[in-house]
Ligand binder design. Sequence first.
Ligand code: NDP
Ligand SMILES: O=C(O)C(=O)[C@@H](O)[C@H](O)C(=O)CO
Length: 279
Amino acid sequence: MANHIPKVVLNDGLKVPAIGFGTAWIKGTEGVQHLKTALDLGYRLIDSAFNYENEGVVGEAVRQGGVPRDQLFITSKLPGRHHKYDEAIVTVQESLYRAGLDYYDLYLIHWPNPKVNLYVEAWQALIDAQKQGMIRSIGVSNFLPEHLDRLIQETGVAPSINQIELHPYYNQAEQRAYHEKHGIITESWSPLGRGTDLLKNEQLGAIATAHNKSISQIVLRWHVQLGAVPIPRSASEEHQRENINIFDFTLSDEEMKLISDIPTTGPLWDQDPAVYEEF
Ligand SMILES: NC(=O)C1=CN([C@@H]2O[C@H](COP(=O)(O)OP(=O)(O)OC[C@H]3O[C@@H](n4cnc5c(N)ncnc54)[C@H](OP(=O)(O)O)[C@@H]3O)[C@@H](O)[C@H]2O)C=CC1
Ligand SMILES: O=C(O)C(=O)[C@@H](O)[C@H](O)C(=O)CO
């Protein structure tokens, strides 16, 4: 099944699966089981973070799951409390130890924390960690254009990916346009709106009925056709199967527009990266 997932090419030449698996709150022995199920169903891109305290779960599922390491694309993220250069390098090393991995395929700065103003220093650390072989691709998360501009101007290196909140209630058109202009792939967090009423939306329901698909499948297909990489999380085998089974139909231009025109609510969790700080 994994062979049916198309790949998206990053600006450093690496290829990332067009859909991945989110792991926030996927923890412990149960978490390992959920991840192994996801691997069995064909998920190959796994999103994790130092702050999720589950890099060990990811590593264990990878070992138990038996999928060859070079077929996986494993991500983790640098927390805001370790943006200083030396701390960032040590944190990447700790992330590797926690997972029992030799390298991450992708490592992101989790939040820019602009008031702390150390994200360029953290970026330089990721550039060097990549040169040292600890990370294959380097990116960011929750970075606004003003933060991305500084990274590019001050280091000459653009992130391969910016992972941002993106779903039909917050379609981030301007941010996505910036990414496209600068060759940065958009990765969508909370792609299903994390338990809000998005999956009960009537307009989406009508499109789902027309395609004989679920609303989740319509929403995830919308992400993929936008060129964004969604990373839905699910502890349910049925939902995991449903979410990855989105490559046998296409939304029309009109349907894409209908979804993109759903009125925006803005960020769901009051986490505007211009002011929000997470450590
Ligand atoms: N970089 C960042 O700052 C952030 C990154 N993330 C990343 O993005 C990932 C995904 O975002 P997340 O916030 O978890 O939310 P999602 O939008 O992925 O929603 C997850 C919720 O949707 C439910 N769900 C999943 N599939 C279906 C389905 N087919 N039908 C009905 N319900 C479904 C899940 O329940 P069930 O388990 O029952 O299926 C769960 O409650 C995270 O896990 C994390 O890896 C998230 C937030 C911030
Ligand atoms: O899950 C993540 O990656 C986060 O950055 C969290 O802040 C998440 O967005 C959250 O917990 C919101 O309530």
